[in-house]
Design a protein around this ligand. Structure first.
Ligand SMILES: [Zn+2]
Length: 349
């Protein structure tokens, strides 16, 4: 049975149901887990369950039809706040938390949840992209996290505990979200109409590491054009650096004028590369094709085995260089430069 149609997180839902029915819900939470496993969807469902006007202490399901549920669906419930890092920023802006310079302490999410709930019940705030909180932002939250107003629930959403500042970690109750099982993710892809058939859903799920966002991104048809050539190059161990770099840069540029789109596309390619190296490494170490998560890659591993001479350290180094390149995307480094350094590192092993 799933809670509020949320696939894969029944255990977490049960934990909240029990705490809420005993009136022992904490005030500050930190949701951590890989992107695309449903943390934001879960936070919204939780808010809905808590703000639903038909809620009883035993019931933990939102009715979906009362005024509060309808306001939440429409994104205008007066007791629910959501902030996230804008796409063109690398950090969560301070004004979203405590107001801009002119209105410091009189607007922003900390101020909003300090006020009395309009509808009675709770005031709930979700701070998404908590990985991108800088020290100043984290400090601004400390007081609210430490002593949340009695009616307030603050939910921070990040990808891992390690990416949060210790001051944040120590003040929140940590809730871990695990990657979805391949079967669960496939079910979700079909349910949301992202994959047209069960077979396509399974195939996408297998290459998406338990995350919906990645699976959605892999639906980009243009990836199918470059996919085969991309993996063939990676399986050479020494990719034909210059022509390959030109090809990759062209493909990234074709994503569109906006830098965000180009960054997204390079990120996708690098995630595919990382998946390649991680699966290949697993194959060498265990030498058991049954253990592979992404079977689609198997045909490329034969060439790669010869090229890498099954040197697992070299494969791990390639994975490491790929992770480094992914981090550079987050730091807004110029994309052609990232591609150059990445290929240079791969080539020199
Ligand atoms: Zn309701």
């Amino acid at each position: 049975m799933t809670w509020q149609n949320i696939i894969g997180h029944d255990r977490v839902a049960e934990q909240f149901r029990r705490a809420a029915s005993r009136g022992r819900l904490a005030g500050s939470f930190l949701f951590v887990g890989p992107s695309g496993v449903g943390k934001r969807t879960f936070a919204l469902a939780l808010a809905k369950s808590l703000l639903c006007e038909k809620r009883t202490p035993q019931e933990f399901n939102a009715c979906g039809t009362c005024p509060a549920c309808r306001q939440l669906n429409a994104g205008n419930h007066p007791d629910f706040y959501y902030v996230a890092k804008p796409e063109d920023k690398s950090e969560l802006p301070l004004e979203l938390l405590i107001g801009g310079k002119e209105q410091r302490g009189r607007s922003g999410i900390c101020y909003e949840i300090s006020r009395k709930p309009f509808a009675g019940g709770y005031k709930i705030a979700v701070i998404d992209d908590a990985d991108s909180l800088n020290t100043e932002g984290a400090n601004a939250l400390l007081k609210t996290l430490e002593e949340p107003p009695p009616h307030a629930i603050l939910i921070l959403i990040g990808t891992s505990a390690a990416k949060q500042l210790p001051t944040i970690r120590s003040r929140c109750k940590m809730i871990r979200f695990f990657p979805l099982e391949t079967r669960e993710l496939a079910q979700l892809l079909e349910q949301q109409g992202i994959a047209a058939s069960q077979e396509r859903a399974m195939r996408l799920a297998q290459s998406s590491d338990g995350g919906l966002e990645l699976a959605k991104a892999f639906c980009d048809d243009s990836l199918d054009e470059i996919r085969d050539e991309f993996f063939r190059e990676l399986s050479l161990a020494v990719p034909r650096s210059v022509p390959f770099a030109i090809k990759l840069n062209e493909f990234v540029d074709a994503a569109g004028k906006e830098a965000i789109l180009r960054r997204k596309r390079l990120r996708l390619l690098l995630v595919m590369a990382l998946d390649f190296y991680q699966n290949f490494g697993r194959m060498i170490e265990r030498a058991d094709p049954q253990q592979l998560k992404n079977r689609d890659l198997t045909p490329y591993f034969q060439n790669a085995s010869a090229a890498y001479r099954n040197d697992v350290f070299r494969v791990n180094r390639s994975a490491y260089y790929t992770l480094e390149a992914l981090e550079q995307i987050d730091r807004n480094v110029q994309l052609p430069y990232i591609v150059d350094v990445w290929l240079h590192n791969l080539t020199n092993g």
